[in-house]
Design a protein around this ligand. Structure first.
Ligand SMILES: Cc1cc2nc3c(=O)[nH]c(=O)nc-3n(C[C@H](O)[C@H](O)[C@H](O)COP(=O)(O)O)c2cc1C
Length: 152
């Protein structure tokens, strides 16, 4: 099995629970992407707080410690909630810290219904040297779907 890291961003915990399941299934360490600023847990307040990040293409500061042995990972699984039809800008901030050349990236999302297509395209732009696989939306932990996706 390729050496794997599972990273995720979450606001209300849904993505975290899927990430934990994937990490246990792939025997990979978990890395939570944590922002310096705290987004409100209330849905409408979170919309208001994050909307301008998209409008102004901002990069919220990340306080997750940098992964020192990042170059040793061959496969990165990255999970996030869909925000405004794409990945949160915190995910962009985290991705831009690293060189993904030659790595496999598997994006997954949770959402109210939107898919991962726009987010996957964005990740392909940010990580041009990586093989970014088609992203997948999970509504619940599903070991068969995870295996199929990771072997796609
Ligand atoms: C700021 C914000 C924007 C969102 N935008 C979308 C969206 O465009 N499409 C969608 O289906 N869900 C959207 N959602 C819902 C979340 O993607 C969904 O509730 C997700 O599962 C939450 O994951 P979490 O518990 O890991 O934070 C949005 C939620 C927030 C807070």
């Amino acid at each position: 099995m390729p050496k794997t890291l599972t990273a995720y961003f979450t606001l209300s915990g849904h993505t975290k629970s899927i990430a934990q399941f994937i990490a246990s299934q792939t025997n990979s360490p978990l890395c939570e992407i944590i922002t310096e600023k705290k987004y409100p847990r209330n849905y409408l307040m979170a919309i208001l707080a994050s909307r301008k990040e998209f409008k102004h293409d901002e990069r919220p500061a990340i306080i997750t410690p940098k992964i020192e042995d990042f170059s040793s990972y061959e496969r990165i699984i990255i999970g996030f909630p869909i925000w405004f039809f794409t990945c949160p800008m915190a995910v962009v901030s985290w991705l831009e810290q690293y060189d993904f050349t030659g790595k496999e990236i598997f994006p997954f999302c949770t959402s109210g219904g939107s898919n991962c297509v726009k987010a996957t395209a964005k990740i392909r732009q940010i990580c041009p040297g990586a093989n970014v696989h088609d992203g997948i939306r999970f509504t619940k932990p599903d070991s068969e779907a995870i295996s199929r996706w990771l072997n796609s």
